[in-house]
Write a new protein. Structure first.
Lengths: 296, 347
């Protein structure tokens, strides 16, 4: 009579000890994993700031690269070149992406065509960036017979479109339907409702999406390798090869010269700071927006 | 009578309520100019035009994908005709004699990506669980912000860091230890120059970690609180609650996030190119240099001489493109299959 409960309570105690220790073990594992993950982040950023800040100087922002053997020189042309290429990409990618997003949210919801567009956008989002570079090369560079800033811009624009489309769609979907119905009830035509009511309400989230897409392509090197190609000199022509910060970092990092390594670190620091600033701006902007960037 | 009686409701009607327009009681049909103006004010033309522009934007996404496929197929025709399917089974990569095969690159891409996923997934899930369930609230914001920062660092900067920090570290510190303890497997053997498959996988793991972690966290977050409470009410410990209610319910999305991470790793170019050693060989030793599909394009495309060489590189790009499409499709199908199973069980 009495043995059974005693044994079972013993077993229970054993089981409970095991359960509790598993629980503690997993908790410890989770903490350790987080620390392990934070190590490379701190290592990358710390090393970058340490190496980059010590090599940054005024000349970096005002001079163009100098030949091997000379000290000094900077990446002024790369910074401006990156700006030009990103400008072209944004001019093409942002309107296209927002338009497609508007279609998905306001017109194509639930239709087969809409589903197909959404699926294609997702697929395009997963396509490696180097393939975009190949496509832009074959479409533009091979036809023109020379590398150009325009080709680089097109490659980056293609990369921006799917991200912007999907965020625009998601943000428009967070706009309550009652708001649209109120606009229709006032007799406002649909296009006007979309432009002045839906897009306007969702604008913080859409701007966030655009900036994130921008930040994503700002550091891209692979699509520019054989489109923008890089340039050691000043060039603002859209029809000529143009320098870009990531390309210059790549070239200098793989060179055998210490002076160039120094410049590569400085370039990487400038690139990261530029990207971080835009992402932080996005966060501030999104948290102030009407919909808090669509995040709940 | 200041205005004809019919005109008053008509203007109101055209301006404010579209459906009623068809019911306008005008006997004589209005002139073409009038119709145009009315249509304009009611937004019918503008509506149509706006919708048209949006459809064109949406169509352009199709056009982009089709254009990429078309342009890659056309430009790789030479190599497709010359090698056929043998291209993907041949180990030879000899630009001098014009003999090309993609197998070493496929091997390098697949092995480095799978290794990276194997390293990143446990860590990413643990961090997601930590941030959701264990972490004290004041640490949650900063830590999740930091892990998201990992995603914002460009590939080329990871490469730079890899070349100057990770490569020496693996050559001088990590490598010998692994060789000593795991050398018997044959996976970690001399010579270890620091650049090679293993280093590339480590960099890839760091790069895909934020994708897997943030998406799986989002999926875990949407598990209803009632599920957690039910498990806890049955006397489950925290880990049992996580296992029973969170991981089980969120597994669909977790699989999706892992496959997304895999897709990212397959196509990653710059960082891998800088640390993998770029040598087309298929060997068991993970310390040996290797080559991936993306990095051979990045490395050799601008220097490729001859149409066949270029065409072979573009065919590699085409293969990479198709593989990523298939990986994405598999992710979707898996999610669909698991979701369907779930709803069936719930019903």
């Amino acid at each position: 009579m009495s043995t059974l409960p005693v044994r079972s309570s013993n077993m229970e105690r054993m089981i409970n000890v095991r359960r509790k220790s598993t629980n503690h073990l997993v908790t410890a594992l989770a903490v350790v994993s987080t620390i392990i993950v934070l190590v490379p982040l701190v290592a990358v950023l710390g090393y970058l700031i340490y190496k980059g800040a010590s090599s940054l100087n005024w000349a970096f922002f005002t001079h163009t690269p100098v030949p091997v053997g000379e000290t000094g020189g900077g990446m002024a042309n790369s910074i401006v070149g990156s700006g030009v290429v990103l400008g072209i990409a944004s001019l093409m990618g942002i309107p296209l992406g927002i338009g497609a997003g508007v279609y998905l949210a306001e017109y194509g919801a639930g239709t087969i065509f809409g589903e197909a567009v959404r699926f294609t956008a997702d697929v395009l989002n997963g396509v490696p960036s180097i393939v975009m570079g190949l496509a832009a090369y074959a479409l533009i560079v091979a036809k023109q017979q020379h590398f150009s800033a325009l080709a680089g811009g097109v490659a980056l624009a293609i990369m921006m479109v799917p991200t912007i489309t999907r965020t625009t769609e998601e943000m428009l979907r967070t706009v309550p339907h009652a708001v649209r119905e109120a606009a229709f009830g006032l007799g406002i035509p649909k296009w006007r409702t979309i432009l002045s009511i839906s897009l306007r309400t969702a604008s913080p989230g859409i701007i966030t999406g655009c900036m994130l897409a921008f930040a994503r392509v700002a550091g891209e090197t692979a699509p520019l390798l054989f489109t923008a190609f890089g340039n050691q000199f000043w060039s603002l022509s859209l029809n000529q090869p143009i320098a870009a910060l990531p390309l210059q970092i790549y070239e200098y990092a793989l060179s055998p010269y210490d002076e160039w390594h120094r410049l590569a670190w400085a370039g990487a620091l400038v690139l990261i700071v530029m990207i971080m600033v835009s992402v932080t701006l996005v966060r501030i902007f999104a948290s102030r927006g009407a919909l808090k960037g669509g995040q709940h | 009578m200041p205005l004809p009686e019919t005109q008053i409701p008509q203007t109101i009607v055209t301006e404010f309520a579209e459906p009623a327009v068809s019911a306008e009681p005008v006997a004589a049909p209005p002139s073409a100019v009038r119709r145009f103006l009315r249509a304009k004010s009611s937004g019918r033309i503008a509506d149509g035009g706006f919708a048209g522009v949006m459809v064109i934007c949406a169509l352009s996404i199709f056009v982009i994908v089709l254009l990429i496929i078309w342009v890659l197929v056309v430009n790789s025709k030479l190599s497709i005709h010359a090698f056929g399917w043998k291209f993907f089974g041949s180990q030879v990569w000899d630009p001098v004699s014009g003999d090309f095969g993609a197998l070493p690159f496929i091997w390098g891409t697949v092995v480095s990506s799978l290794l990276a996923v194997a390293m990143a997934v446990p860590l990413a899930l643990m961090v997601a669980i930590f941030l959701l369930e264990i972490c004290p609230p004041f640490l949650r914001g900063p830590i999740s912000f930091l892990t998201e920062l990992l995603a914002a660092i460009p590939s080329v900067v990871y490469g730079l860091w890899g070349v100057f920090v990770l490569v020496p570290l693996i050559r001088d510190n990590v490598g010998p230890v692994l060789e000593k303890f795991l050398g018997w497997t044959g996976l970690f053997a001399d010579p270890n120059f620091g650049v090679g498959m293993f280093t590339a996988s480590v960099i890839l793991a760091i790069m895909i970690f934020p994708v897997i972690s943030s998406i799986s966290r989002d999926v875990m977050r949407v598990v209803p609180v009632s599920q957690r409470e039910a498990a806890l009410a049955l006397g489950a410990t925290r880990w049992e609650m996580i296992r029973i209610s969170i991981l089980r319910n969120a597994r669909i999305g977790i699989v999706g996030s892992v496959i997304l991470g895999l897709g990212r790793a397959l196509g990653e170019t710059m960082a891998v190119t800088m640390v993998i050693g770029n040598h087309p060989d298929i060997v068991k030793n993970l310390f040996a240099p290797a080559y991936t599909l993306a990095s051979v394009i990045a490395n050799e495309f601008t220097e490729a001489t001859g149409d066949l060489y270029l065409s072979a590189l573009i065919e590699i790009g085409l293969a990479l493109f198709l593989v990523t499409i298939v990986v994405n499709a598999i992710a979707r199908l898996l999610v669909w299959a698991v979701t369907r199973g779930n709803t069936a069980r719930a019903a």
